[in-house]
Each structure stands twice: as C-alpha cells, then as structure tokens.
Design a binder for this molecule. Sequence first.
Ligand code: ATP
Length: 659
Amino acid sequence: MTVLAPARPARPAARLRWLREGTLGLIWRSPQARTGLIMLLVLGAMGVFAPLLTRHDPSAGTYGTMLPPSAAHLLGTTALGQDILAQLLYGARLTLLIGLASGVIATLIGTTAGLAAAYYGGRVGEGINLFTNVILVLPGLPLLIVVSAFLSGAGTGAIILVIALTGWPWGARVLRSQALTLRDRDFIHAAVMTGESPARIIFREMLPNLAGIIAANFFSTALYAVLSEAALSFIGIGDVSKVTWGTMLYWAQAKQALLQGAWWWVAAPGLGIALLGTAFALLNFGIDEVSNPRANHARGATRILRRPGSAARTTPDDGALLAVNHLDAGYETPAGPVRAVRDVTLHVQPGEFVGLAGESGCGKSTLAFAATRLLDAPGAVFGGESRLSGVDLLGLTPEELRRVRWKEYSLVFQASMNVLNPVIKVREQVYDAMQAHGVTDPATLDARARELFRLVGIRESYLDAYPHQLSGGMKQRVVIAIALALEPKLVVMDEPTTALDVVVQRQILQEIDQVRRRLGISIIFITHDLSLLVEMSDRIAIMYAGEIVEEAPAQEIYTRPKHPYTQKLMTAFPPLSGAKERRDGIPGRPPSLAVELPGCPFFERCHLRMPGTCDTHRPARAEVRPGHTVACFLHSPLTGDADPSGRTLNGGQHVLASD
Ligand SMILES: Nc1ncnc2c1ncn2[C@@H]1O[C@H](COP(=O)(O)OP(=O)(O)OP(=O)(O)O)[C@@H](O)[C@H]1O
C-alpha cells in the first residue's frame, strides 16, 4: 500500500532569513542597528584597549584633586586625585560586562519561560505565566534595592545575578505571546504529528522563528542592566570599590562634584552611560525592524522603485479598463532583486474575463499585486505602469489610492475567507467596505447586503451569522460579495476557490461568471487550472518565469496553442471525458527569477528548442493571428541584434508572422 504523506508546511520566511543571513548580517542591514553595533564596538574597544589608550591607573589617587580637563588629564581628575579618562576607559569593562552578562542570563531565563509557557499551555503554561506576571508587577527598582541589600558585599557576580533575575519577565511575556501564535501554525502541528519531541519542537522549530525578538529582547535587557547598575551604584548599593560608570557617578555625587563645580566628573560617566544606552536601544529597534519588516511598512504602500525612463515606455490603452504596460516587479532580497514580473504588458477590456495561468512561482500573484499596488515589502515595482481607466495606479498618493481601491477595483485571494473577523457578524463586515466609501444609510446598506447575498447564492438569513457558523465555501462567497459591494469595474481573483472542494468551486465560479455578466465587470482570474480557465475566460494569458509567453482568446488557446509551454500545460490536465491516459507533466523546473537569462526562459525544458537561437536571443511577443500573441522563435522570426539588456529583440513590438 502506498502511503501518501502530506506535504510538510513551509516554515515562515522570517526563520529562513535568520538562518540564511545570521544575526550579524541582519543587524548590518538596518542603519539603526548598524549604528548601534558600531557604537557598542567602539565602547567595547575603549575597555579592551584601556591600557594602550591611557598610561594612568584608574584607582591611583596620585594627581591633584578636582583638576579640570587639561592636556595632562583630558577629562580632569576626581576629588581623590584619580584620572577620569582612565576611570572612563577601565570602567567601560565592568559596565559592559554587567550589561552583556545580565542580558544573556535574563534572555535565557525569559526565552525558556516564554517558550515553555506557550508550548505547554494548560496548567504548566498558566503556572509559568502567573509566576512571570508576579515578577513583572513587582516594582523593578525597589525589588532590585531589596535583593541587592541582602547580597551586599557579594561582588559584581551578585549584581549581575540580581539584575538578570529581575529583568527577564518582560521578555518572557513578549516571547510567550509570539510563540502562542506560532504554536498554531501548520508547520508546528506537522512537527507534533510526526512525533518530534517537545524540546526539539521548541528549540529547533519555534526558536529560530523568534530569533529577531530574542535578539531585540537581549539588547533591551542589556540596556536595563546598564541603567540598573548605574542606579544601584549611584545610591551606594553594590561594590563601590570597583570602577564602573555607575560607581564613578556614585563617588561624584558623594563628593558633591557638581556643588564644587567639577562638572567633568559627572559628565564623563553620564555621557558613557547615555552612549551605551543609545547603542543598545538602536540595536533593539533596528533588529526589531529588520526581523519584522512589515511592522514599519504601511499596507498598500507598494514601493515604486522605477528605473529612470521606464515609465516613458507607455503603450496606448486601446480602450482597455486596465492597461498594464511593461510592468517590472519583484522582491528586493539580500542576494539581489528577484524579477518575478518581467516587462509584462496585459490589457483587460471592460466586461472582459481574463484568465492568467502558469506554473507555481511564475509570477502570477506578483503581477496581480503589483498592478493593483498591493505588493507588500520586500516586494516592489521596478518599472512600467498600471493604468485603470487611464489613471496610473502606481503614481497615486496613498489617499488617492484609498479612494479608488474597492470602489474601482477589488481583490479576492485564495485565503480571503480568513480575513473575516470571527467575532463580528457577517452583516457588519459586509457593511464595512460600503461605509468606508460613504454609504451610511441603514436601509440602503441592508438592501445592498441582501442583494449581494442573493447574487453570490447565500441565504439572506446568514447576514446575521458569525463567520464560524459558515462553511468555507460560504465564507468565500461572503468575501466575493464584499468584493462586489461597491460594484467595482474590475475584480482581481487570485485562486479564489482553490481551498474549496471541486463541487463548491464550480458552483462559485458559475456564480462569479453570472455576476460578471449581469454587472458588466471585468475579472482577472488567476489559477493553475488551465482547463477551468478555458471554460470561463474570454481571453487567457500564459505566464512563464515572470513573462507572458502567450495570450489569445480562450477557444483559440484551447484549439491552437502555439507556445511549446502552453502546449505542454494543455496536456498536463486530464480531459473531463474519454479514456484514462497517463500524464507526463512538464519535465524540469522553471529557471530562478533572481538571474537574467540571455535567451528564452523555457529553453531548458522545451521539446522544440533551437540551440543557437532560443538560448542566446530573447523572443518578442509576435501576433500570429488577430488577438493571439506568442513569444517563441517558432512563430516570431529572429530580427535585428540581441539586446544586451535581455529584453525583447524588437522592443516589445508585435511582429506579424505567418501562422
Ligand atoms: N517575499 C519574497 N521574497 C523573494 N521572492 C519572492 C517572495 N515572494 C515570492 N517570491 C518569488 O517570486 C516568484 C513569483 O511568485 P508568485 O507568488 O508571484 O508566483 P505565482 O505564479 O503566483 O505562484 P503560485 O501559483 O504558487 O501562487 C517566485 O519565484 C517566488 O519565489
């Protein structure tokens, strides 16, 4: 018997980034964290190389007392005749040691407690959580003072321990809440089901995903430790015979430095602590930012990184509702840009149903998101334009975009049903989009919601249900109803029914088609299922490796596919009727979108390839019949010289070729 194992769910990208780039690599990418790291290294070097940087002994009181800064004593001297620069340099050692060691211990305790509380849940989890909360609500400084007083005379180690023992709960709380959301992710369920031990799941599966938060926690605890040490030393708790920046402040205060005008005695350690605190804070914020790039990225604010001159390559709209012209889009990665959409031109006429098909990873979703300005970081548009009713969406301000979005065009994704808020009635959620665009009359809202539900085939009574009372198919219909609420001119549907069973899928698709005809809206429908598209679409565009390699009316592509890739795709799906046949699929894999190819991207897998031509020149899209274009040298003759930029040979102009 063959046992089919379910595909292992993918681990989140955050983890992969930490594994690939490492902590230092990510720190270096954030200007804040980079500055913090450089400051920390400089302060650390001061401590390490103190004997080389000063010839004075920090403890020896052999100089004049309270001397102001001079060439002999750059930062002046103390009331006991010690050189302040020497104290500052040597003091950096213990100050940093206390900060870093306390940070390490507190981070270890906090990480273990937070992860264990989240992973075990139940009584164990609650117990750990309760203990964490108790420590957290105890006022920090008084607790530190009490514990330190008990341990007075126990030395630097005791100070480190005390600070670490009072500094871990905040990190534990943050980590617990992050780990709780992680615990419900598919890849953790899969790890549990495959029998991995709790320790392995916590440390191998969960921990790397939380590396960014843990690193940020570490630096915030180190900051807390430095400030706490300074505070404890300042009030005389701790070992004041040792030189730290905190004890320097203690002695300055004890000898009334400021009252006697010796400001330099206070300024030097004060500045040191401020710089060290700033370094830790910058590292904390910077790591938080790079480990969670979405946190600082406004939704819908797709980055437009057009190359100079790229917008000038406008193609006439030909009355199209949506005119995507020479669009270049993709992702900015540390290894360089991934060009997931390459010089794509696609026009959608009013009322038209355009299908977009192609293998997984060929750039269909990136095209849909970039054209509608919904591509989140690290995604970006590198060039081209996307015009809706003549207005370039890529040039709109966020406010202009907000007004257009949902009213002029809307989107439905594969997992759209998950966007429904489980604790808000469906009716409210249908009203939301309409209210955001100025429809506020309750009677109008109610009538429109009922009409929408009838349109997508759901009983009106479900308007007052909560999402959890609906099946997956019904929820997806609700989302489609919401997408239609303002009667947009265009709806982009990215595999909207893939998560549903085939019967429900077919019903929903038929309803979408009816609604489209009734309302006269245009639809871009993305799927891997070419046979489905042939049934539904007016026109189909086939994408491969970020490019549209063929585009034609649906029946034309079905009966006369020209591109070898389309031909292979057509035969990859079994027919609905007739004898059973073995399907071979398409051997090989699509090329990486991170590299530029000199020739046709399908060359390696093509059964009709022409070495010397297809691997060295880029085929232009040529019109082989009215409305049918193909990018293949079997149909578009090789003309002119190869373009070193790797673009089409004829600048994207369609060449007429014989059928
Ligand atoms: N955040 C990202 N960072 C880097 N590359 C990415 C990112 N997201 C997607 N990609 C790459 O962009 C390419 C296009 O992905 P896209 O999701 O647009 O393809 P698709 O055809 O819609 O695939 P599917 O049908 O599986 O959704 C893929 O090669 C993918 O590896």
